[in-house]
Design a protein around this ligand. Structure first.
Ligand code: GRF
Length: 204
């Protein structure tokens, strides 16, 4: 069974979309563990409700050793893929090497727009609205040592309306996120992803 770890920092609606897509048979894999970046986040509740092992690995407690601690757990549990679903901490070190091409993230914009430093949560949607772009969307990409810089796996667009508030745009993008992240996991778990010269090819 293909084993995934989901890392989260917030409400975990993307985590829920993975849980749902395993339950409805779209995904043939198992969420082996959930790692939260702090206590009290709703993503951990979702995990507990679904009998998934949950851990809290916080920067506050582990500091520079945060990624190493995650790696230790991932190794121990023989995790195949690490999925960042609203995980706010930046990963580094040996974890990125050992799990190269096996860590993915979902970002709520069309990369390379509105990504990188400080671009998380509503900031992303505020920036898109302030720029006046007519489309935004979401991106699933591999994680490397550059923030939001890994190879792009999938993208999906949504319209941006003139009257949109950041919250409204966020809601519209999230609907797409909840489809895109499970789809990326499906392709990876089925071995359908090939990386060539910094680009992803999805095999038919
Ligand atoms: C999503 O917008 C995701 O793209 C970003 O963080 C948000 C997490 O939302 N990386 P949730 O916790 O999955 O509801």
């Amino acid at each position: 069974m293909f084993k995934i770890a989901v890392l989260a920092s917030g409400s975990g609606s993307n985590l829920q979309s993975i849980i749902d897509n395993i339950e409805n048979g779209f995904l043939d894999c198992k969420i082996d563990m959930i790692v939260g970046s702090k206590e009290g986040i709703y993503a951990l509740e979702r995990g507990k409700k679904n009998n998934i092992d949950t851990f809290v690995i916080s920067r506050k407690e582990y500091g520079q050793g945060t990624s190493d601690k995650i790696l230790e757990l991932a190794r121990e549990r023989e995790i195949d893929l690490i999925v960042l679903a609203g995980y706010l901490s930046i990963l580094d070190g040996e974890l990125l090497k050992e799990y190269k091409d096996r860590i993915i993230n979902i970002h709520p914009s069309l990369i390379p727009s509105f990504c990188g430093d400080k671009m998380y949560g509503l900031n992303v949607h505020k920036a898109a609205i302030n720029k006046g772009v007519k489309v935004s969307g979401c991106t699933v990409h591999f994680v490397n040592d550059e923030v939001d810089g890994g190879e792009i796996i999938l993208q999906e667009a949504v319209p941006v309306h003139f009257e949109d508030t950041p919250e409204e745009l966020q809601k519209r993008v999230l609907v797409k996120e909840h489809k895109l992240l499970p789809l990326a996991i499906k392709y990876i778990s089925e071995g359908k992803i090939e990386i060539k010269s910094g680009r992803v090819n999805i095999l038919k």
